[in-house]
Design a binder for this molecule. Structure first.
Ligand SMILES: [Zn+2]
Ligand SMILES: [Zn+2]
Length: 339
């Protein structure tokens, strides 16, 4: 049997290890993807630490996967070998839970996630159910498309469903893997865009990405600055520090909403007065389905939005992960297989 390389986590908090496995065959309803690129997401930490509920080991992480269909299993219509495809956080749904029966597949009670419920894209090949596949537009290279499948879709899809209108003030908290895409999306959607990060050094870059304002949360009272501009209709929170989220809530406009997409288990502190008096809200947003991924990539191609990436070969996945976790990535680490 032909073999492939995968980078797996053997047990909770164990190291990444590069091992060889047999290349699997697609079952009915699945395709085998020859992986070209896979983004390294902060949520991969929930796999490595074993913190994700119900996770089993060994597990191959990776849920920003781009490649080419190598083999197609039975009962897969409309997808062919040779087609460029991607798989993001949404990795399949059950079809029979209450959410699925309402057509709301991303909140499926039994939803599948590549790299969590089945092996993901830190590998030369991976299996995926056909409903998780997003077609990749010709304009996007594999390594550029990969971060759009989690970091990109999450910021794009939450913003476009937030009720914002052209000209509204949108603040993006955090200029990292998600935030540097959120700033571009907000600006290209026609919003007055404010970027917020720690330190002054990210200011020039945030402006280059389309931000009209930049606030340094280490030296400025960001809530006061946003209020001076009339308050933010949307604060898109891409950081994983709940205290940083609490600190900017005072910058929301009347009817303003904070959308939380940076995953953390720490509680957010908010004054009920702030919420009640100005009808303000805090909402979460879970990426989107495969068609939302296709919309994200189409909008990115149309508006010339690209993630800023640093690539490393598959065998250096551990190093790529460490660089992401340390906050030193500018701005998304992407693992490539050379295929
Ligand atoms: Zn992710
Ligand atoms: Zn379901």
């Amino acid at each position: 049997m032909p073999r492939m390389r995968v980078v797996q986590v053997k047990n909770a908090n164990g190291p990444f290890e590069l091992v060889e496995r047999e290349i699997p065959s697609p079952a009915a309803g699945q395709v085998l993807i020859k992986v070209q690129a896979c983004g390294v997401c902060h949520s991969d930490a929930f796999i490595k630490s074993g913190a994700f509920p119900g996770i089993t080991f060994p597990r191959v992480p990776g849920h920003e996967v781009v490649g080419v269909i190598d083999k197609v299993g039975d009962r897969v219509a409309n997808w062919k070998a040779g087609q460029r495809v991607g798989v993001g956080w949404y990795g399949g749904h059950c079809g029979h839970c209450p959410s699925c029966r309402r057509g709301d597949f991303i909140t499926c009670r039994n939803g599948q996630i590549p790299g969590v419920t089945y092996d993901g894209g830190y590998a030369d090949y991976m299996l995926a159910p056909f409903e998780a596949l997003a077609a990749i537009p010709d304009e996007l290279k594999a390594a550029e498309a990969a971060p759009l499948l989690c970091a990109g879709i999450t910021t794009y899809n939450s913003l476009r469903n937030s009720g914002i209108r052209a000209g509204d003030l949108v603040a993006v908290l955090g200029v990292g893997g998600l935030g540097h895409l959120g700033v571009q999306f907000a600006a290209k959607m026609g919003c007055r865009t404010a970027a917020i990060a720690r330190g002054a050094d990210k200011g020039p870059l945030a402006r280059k990405l389309g931000a009209h304002y930049y606030f340094d949360s280490t030296t400025q009272d960001v809530a006061a600055e946003l209020s001076k501009l009339g308050g933010a209709k949307i604060i898109l929170s891409t950081v994983t520090n709940s205290k940083a989220m609490s600190a900017v809530l005072g910058g929301l406009a009347i009817d303003g909403k904070m959308i939380v997409v940076g995953a953390s288990a720490d509680p957010i502190e908010v004054s009920p007065f702030l919420l009640i008096g100005g009808r303000r809200a805090i909402q979460g947003w879970p990426s989107g389905t495969a068609t939302d991924s296709e919309d994200t990539m189409a909008f990115s191609a149309l508006s010339n939005i690209r993630p800023m990436i640093e690539t490393m070969p598959l065998e250096r996945a551990a190093e790529a992960y460490e660089k992401m976790m340390s906050g030193a990535a500018r701005f998304r680490m992407v693992i490539t297989t050379g295929q």
